[in-house]
Design a protein around this ligand. Sequence first.
Ligand code: CA2
Length: 143
Amino acid sequence: MTPVLVLNGPNLGRLGRRQPEIYGRTTHAELAHQCVAWGRDLGIDVEVRQTNHEGEMLDWLNAAADDGNPVVLNAAAWTHYSYAILDACAQLTAPLVEVHISDPHQRPEEFRHTSVVTPYAAQVVAGHGTDGYRIALEALARR
Ligand code: CA2
């Protein structure tokens, strides 16, 4: 079965360790564990990865396009400015769900109000904390 890839971008490896008032107390390791368990409940294979390196994320997205993996993507800060991420999302062949732990549109910084991912996303899940990943996996399991 083609696994669903949960791809997390820069600084999300620090989840649960800084800014809990915005991003909550769940660590990335705990989130990865939960995503795999949610996938098991939904009957889908889930693989979770996190990188601080844009080139690595691009390689993962390009491979997902070639292999037809559905993707849950939290591109973190790259969401707001990376045309390389935009081009890679445009190539995806299976559904993409964009996830944000916070709701960038409700945050005061103007730069967070733009997303290069949204035009290619079947759904955007934002502002549900790390539960947003479960919502995204449920959406992909329904397709
Ligand atoms: O709300 C989200 O999921 C974001 O994608 C998180 C990004 C931010 O740039 C986006 O605007 C919204 C930042 C990720 C940084 O993650 C940290 C987690 C814990 C502690 C420090 C940073």
